[in-house]
Design a protein around this ligand. Structure first.
Ligand code: NG6
Ligand code: CA
Length: 512
């Protein structure tokens, strides 16, 4: 299989069924391995290579040095579930109902009949995995899962050969890892029950037993089931030995990622590696405590960097680093107080998680969706570059499809376009415009110079964290980002033509 990006060396044989290139002595592939390292709530300014203060991230910095650091990259949404949905399906989440922040007992949101990013890699002969945060629902129906038996549907039905995942978020029950659709380390002596509507009699809650919250206390909500001295969203019973300890989550995720790489070192693999860092409850392992002066949130960034280092070192040790394409990014912008008293705000000491952008996670302002984005592939990318190309995570699907020369069914990944040249630093421009979705489905569209936020009736603060500017306004908003980085000066009145142009783009995209 010869294409623009992957060239076969001499003496290589193609195995007929899989299109995998193998050489006669070993089984080494020329198709690159692909790893998406997807951080959670990591802001545009949270990494040292993006000017973070008070925290050092040597592993990520080195990855950027070996690759390209993008300064105008965008998640599809300002929250997790819709961004992940869009990344894995190539469809804007706002097209599909039920794609907002999912409960831990949500039924599977991606329909097994949809063609996913993992299907694409699998059908091209890759071994595929999803490791870490899932947050896209499991099982056939919301609230009907039996967590004590194999789940009816799980990432295995979406093209992932292997999965080791958290059902939703660390602040939502069930607080267990799920391996290939079955609770990992299942403890038959402690059957698991989960509810998002009513507590289980006799089970202590954060609201009724605050004295049991020996690890972290909530600031708002998050006062239901208690696991590991931290109260969560949702009710849960049982779990026993299968319950996670928050301080070990990064270790569990990285060790399973490393095992997957080792098991598949001789074939091309695709790994969707979604870290729990730096989502709440932030509770990094002891060995990262105090590594930044910013408390738990800063230490969680250090822990994230450690995870990246683990993966990169494993690739290097196995001789795979040169021919592995790594995309490192985040699902949405940063947030400080997201429900736990971890002093994230008080300890910033001059650090700006958004790198000075207006708004945070949830917001229609840039802080909601502009995210770090690094692409490295030493064999093909000359490192150390920065790119201002306008890119969106919606295009990862078809760009990677182009990279591996994969045919994608016509009706699949409907919003995704091929921008592989931009991702490899060949094209410095990227998209003409990107569409962004805030927590309440307000859409924004921006090009290199301007950003338009459509009018809506939502409140000016995010309802559950009112200090965060939602970006909502009953009036159209238009900012000239090229000289108004902070989105302060609404020019909609004086630039009606530009507003009209963006309204038309949104109309066309909606009607597509
Ligand atoms: C919010 C939670 C927040 C976080 C978020 C999802 C409340 C008040 N807040 O609803 O703590 O869990 O959902 O974050 O419940 S995300 O990064 O997965 O989208
Ligand atoms: Ca998130």
């Amino acid at each position: 299989m010869r294409n623009k990006y992957c060239l076969l060396g001499s003496g290589l044989i193609l195995s007929a069924n899989t299109m995998i290139a193998t050489n006669p002595d070993g089984a080494k592939s020329v198709l690159p391995n692909v790893i998406i390292i997807y951080a959670d709530d990591l802001g545009y300014g949270d990494l040292e290579c993006y000017d973070a203060k008070n925290v050092s991230t040597p592993a990520v910095n080195a990855l950027a040095q070996d690759g390209i650091l993008f300064t105008n990259a965008h998640a599809v949404a300002a929250t997790s579930t819709p961004s992940r949905y869009s990344l894995l399906t190539g469809e804007y989440a706002w097209r599909k109902q039920g794609t907002d922040v999912a409960a831990g007992n949500a039924g599977m949101i991606i329909n097994p009949g949809q063609y996913t990013l993992a299907d694409m890699f699998k059908n091209s002969g890759y071994k595929t995995s999803a490791i870490g945060k899932w947050h896209l629902g499991l099982g056939a129906e919301t609230g009907k899962q039996d967590w004590n038996a194999p789940l009816a549907t799980h990432p295995g039905d979406l093209g992932f050969d292997y999965s080791y995942i958290m059902a939703a978020t660390a602040d939502r029950v069930p607080c267990v890892f799920i391996e290939n659709g079955m609770v990992a380390n299942y403890d038959p002596s402690a059957p698991i029950e989960v509810s998002y509507s009513k507590p289980f009699p006799g089970e202590p809650l954060g609201s009724t037993h605050p004295e049991l919250l020996y690890n972290l206390k909530p600031t708002h909500e998050h006062d239901q089931a208690i696991v590991n001295g931290i109260s969560r969203i949702g009710y849960m019973k049982g779990g026993g030995k299968a319950l996670w300890k928050d301080e070990n989550i990064a270790d569990s995720i990285s060790s399973h990622a490393i095992d997957f790489i080792r098991r598949n070192k001789d074939v091309p693999f695709f790994m969707y590696l979604a870290t729990n860092d730096v989502h709440v409850p932030r509770f990094p392992h002891d060995r990262f405590r105090g590594k930044s002066p910013m408390g738990l949130r800063g230490d969680a960034i250090v822990q994230f960097d450690w995870t990246v280092n683990q993966v990169v070192n494993t690739l290097k040790e196995l001789g795979l680093y040169e021919n592995t394409l790594i995309i490192l990014s985040s699902d949405n912008g940063p947030v400080l107080d997201d429900g736990y008293d971890d002093k994230a705000e008080e300890l910033l000491n001059g650090h700006s998680p958004t790198r000075g952008l207006r708004g945070n996670k949830y917001s229609a302002f840039e802080g909601g969706t502009r995210i770090p984005f690094i692409v490295s592939w030493p064999e093909r990318i000359e490192g150390g570059k920065t790119s201002e190309a306008l890119i969106s995570q919606i295009d990862i699907f078809r760009s990677l499809g182009e990279l591996i020369n994969s045919r994608i069914p016509r009706e699949s990944a409907p919003d995704s376009e091929n921008y592989m040249d931009a991702l490899l630093g060949i094209d410095a421009v990227g998209r003409k415009w990107v569409v962004e979705q805030s927590y309440n489905h307000t859409l924004s569209v921006r090009d290199k110079e301007w950003k338009y936020i459509e009018p809506n009736n939502g409140p000016t603060g995010v309802p559950w964290v009112p200090e965060i500017e939602s970006g909502n306004s009953s009036k159209p908003q238009l900012y000239r980002l090229s000289d108004d980085y902070h989105e302060k000066n609404n020019l909609a009145e004086s630039h009606k033509d530009k507003v009209m142009e963006f309204m038309n783009i949104l109309k066309e995209v909606r009607e597509k």
